[in-house]
Write a new protein. Structure first.
Length: 284
């Protein structure tokens, strides 16, 4: 037996028989369901989401035939679907600026085996992260950016990432990716925002939070869209603060929150637990 594990993601209008049809297709191919999660926004005409993990014997059915059968099934329920095979390791490009705490956390988790991913390179508009990239033996590319060369440098970055990554992570990359870049890249980009969105957008969120006397701070990992800081939210983490905290202590706490939110989001993504719907996400 040559066993392999696959993850199927489905979304469609809620209707009777979805789970039965998917389960039957898996059963008829000699596969075994390991885990199944589903959610409906409303059983009466709502939207249905499903993540199902199963193992199958490649001697009985190959991947292409499996994809064909799920494609035919999806047509009968008018569903959007994806299938991922756990033997396929994704390639994650990482972009960073001067602050490297999120980058270090991702590299540590990657090196220790906590996340299963390939990191083909690190890209930065500053040289500060090169030492860290060298420490983990990851190729480093420096693309300094200013108002006069942003378009040119984005094209160079795009040429590098287009065919060598499955998705990008902005680990405190303090440049706004242009709408043209996102359109041309066509793949997912995950960002960590040092604020509990939608509050305190833009610059100096901890200063804004301190001046407002908030009682909780947080960090938000989200998909990047052409609308700044408006992309679907994947993960948010928070921590209480009090009158004893100042801007400096909030920043210190915030760094830990940023690392946690980003690593959780990346883990969810690599484990194919996220389904995007409109400007929201379902995270199983």
């Amino acid at each position: 037996m040559n066993m392999e594990t696959a993850i199927l993601l489905i979304q469609c209008y809620d209707q009777q028989g979805i789970v039965a049809k998917v389960s039957d297709c898996i059963f008829k191919n000699g596969a075994n369901i390991i885990q199944s999660d589903q959610h409906s926004t409303d059983p009466q005409g709502g939207h249905f989401f499903m993540r199902i993990e199963f193992c199958f014997d490649t001697d009985i059915i190959n991947k292409d035939e499996l994809k064909k059968q799920f494609g035919e099934l999806a047509k009968t329920i008018d569903a959007k679907w994806q299938i991922h095979f756990t033997t396929s390791v994704m390639k994650m490009g990482v972009l960073v600026s001067k602050q490297d705490h999120c980058l270090y956390d991702l590299l540590y988790r990657w090196k220790s085996g906590d996340i299963s991913v390939n990191i083909p390179f690190i890209i930065s508009n500053h040289l500060k992260a090169k030492e860290l990239a060298d420490q983990f033996s990851v190729p480093f590319y420096h693309f300094p950016i200013d108002s006069s060369n942003k378009e040119e440098q984005e094209k160079k970055i795009l040429n590098l990432v287009n065919n060598s990554t499955d998705f990008l992570v902005l680990a405190r990359y303090m440049q706004i990716l242009s709408e043209q870049f996102l359109t041309d890249y066509k793949k997912d980009v995950i960002n960590i925002h040092h604020s509990f969105l939608p509050s305190f957008k833009g610059a100096n969120p901890y200063k804004q939070a301190y001046e407002r006397g908030v009682k909780v701070i947080g960090a938000t990992a989200h998909f990047v869209t052409s609308d700044l800081d408006e992309g679907p939210i994947i993960e948010q983490v928070v921590e209480p603060v009090s009158h004893r905290d100042n801007e400096q202590s909030m920043r210190k706490k915030g760094k830990n929150l940023e690392k946690a939110a980003l690593s959780n989001a990346v883990t969810h993504y690599l484990e194919h637990k996220i389904i995007r719907y409109q400007n929201r996400t379902v995270v199983f």
